[in-house]
Design a protein. Structure first.
Length: 424
């Protein structure tokens, strides 16, 4: 018999972890941490001592108690979680921490699969000291639509569209039927055909586990902002700033947008200067000659503010007072394109915006949502037409309404279910 357990993403955005068990074999889809928010005990200024990250997380219930999954060397001596479990393989959908943040704690004898682009991204982050806590797992690059056997189960990775390279969904074929998992998905990015292809491949599956981030967020009605809108707004804002400095917050893991912003800035006669950490990451990730802050320096910015766009490393905001040294002009603006701090739900946001107010820099949000809108989610679910629909990675799973005969199942944390949605 196949069972499915949801060890995260239940009633909240992020933290996805789906454990599929058939006989003596297990497939774990995603192994993420909760995204930083007020309830996150590990938000700044808390930092974890190296080597104790996992034990400290387990101590306060911030990592799931799944036996035979963790690296025994990172557990407290004698922790029963370190005893052997069923044969397990892990599959990661993409390189955002709410999907991969615990992967560094996995027993090094357990393979951890992901798309080649996801592994390249996480390896580049690790190379500049921004790697996964616990270190790199035993990464297995998994080509598109190439089945992997895990005991009686087969697992297939299918590339989808999301705001980071290599984002994927998975199909798990078991003796009792097929489970499909979207990871994070959108239909208004540069490659919506990938997400619709996933819908085709998942069509008629027994259980569709889908992200539902947009549900209940109260997003404005109408079509979502696209990457074309983001690009156009960036170009317009650069022109409007005239000869003044422009500040930027975009998410560097969105390498597609990094490339586009570099093109737009060049066309506007500006160069983007990145904080040193970000520049080092972009270089590792293959962006040609990213310009680092220390290579340019404050004097160059002061001499010709209108020749630059500057994205400082905000990290824990420790250096935010340094922004007072910048040549801030009457037309200087801070363009926020889904960068850090990510938004008002983060503990850093309030302090960040207080500083912008004090420095007299207006904040202009020009980003685009990385997740499917509620309308697109419904179209997607109707196209897949699964037997059972399981919305996770959302605060409002009850707002996703399938058409008959699809049944919706809202799971409880860590409870085993059959593929037909009944309790095992
Ligand atoms: Zn996510």
């Amino acid at each position: 018999m196949t069972t499915v357990e949801f060890w995260g993403g239940v009633g909240l955005i992020g933290s996805s972890k789906i454990l599929v068990t058939e006989g003596t074999h297990r497939v774990l889809l995603d192994f993420g941490t909760d995204i930083p928010r007020e309830a996150d005990l590990f938000r700044p200024p808390v930092s974890l001592r190296q080597g104790r990250e996992l034990a400290h997380r387990l101590r306060v219930g911030a990592a799931p108690r799944i036996t035979g999954l963790y690296d025994p060397a990172q557990l407290d001596a004698g922790d029963p979680l370190g005893s052997a479990g069923p044969d397990t393989q892990v599959f990661i959908t993409h390189g955002h921490i709410d999907h991969c943040g615990l992967a560094g704690f996995v027993d090094p004898r357990i393979p951890v699969h992901a798309s080649p682009a996801t592994i390249a991204l996480l390896t580049a982050l690790a190379a500049v000291g921004d790697g996964l806590p616990g270190g790199d797992p035993d990464w297995q690059p998994l080509p598109d639509e190439t089945p992997v056997q895990v005991g009686p189960m087969t697992v297939e990775r299918i590339t989808v569209d999301h705001d980071t390279p290599g984002a994927s969904g998975y199909l798990v074929t078991t003796g009792d039927g097929v489970l499909a998992f979207t990871g994070d998905i959108r239909f208004h990015g540069r490659n919506p055909e990938r997400s619709w292809h996933f819908a085709e491949r998942a069509a008629g599956c027994d259980m569709l586990v889908t992200e539902g981030t947009a549900l209940g967020l109260g997003l404005p009605p109408g079509p979502p902002r696209t990457e074309d809108d983001v690009r156009a707004d960036f170009a317009t804002a650069l022109a409007a700033a005239d000869r003044d400095l422009v500040l930027l917050a975009m998410y560097p893991r969105d390498l597609e947008r990094v490339t586009e912003f570099l093109e737009v800035a060049t066309a506007a006669g500006r160069r983007i200067v990145w904080g040193d950490r970000t520049a080092a990451f972009l270089r590792e990730a293959g962006v040609p000659d990213p310009l680092a802050w220390t290579a340019v320096g404050l004097d160059a910015l002061r001499a010709e503010p209108g020749a630059f766009v500057y994205q400082p490393d905000l990290g824990d905001l420790r250096g935010i007072a340094d922004l007072g040294d910048l040549p801030i002009g009457p037309k200087t603006v801070w363009l926020h394109a889904n960068g850090e701090p990510l938004g008002p739900f983060e503990s850093r946001w309030q302090l960040f915006t207080e500083w912008l107010t004090a420095l007299n820099v207006p904040l202009q949000r020009i980003g685009s949502f990385g997740h499917a809108t509620a309308d697109d989610l419904h179209t997607f679910v109707h196209r897949v037409a699964p037997k059972v629909l399981v919305p996770i990675h959302t605060q409002a799973p009850d707002l996703l309404h399938p058409l008959a005969p699809t049944r919706r199942m809202i799971p409880d944390y860590a409870v085993p279910y059959r593929l037909d949605g009944s309790r095992a």
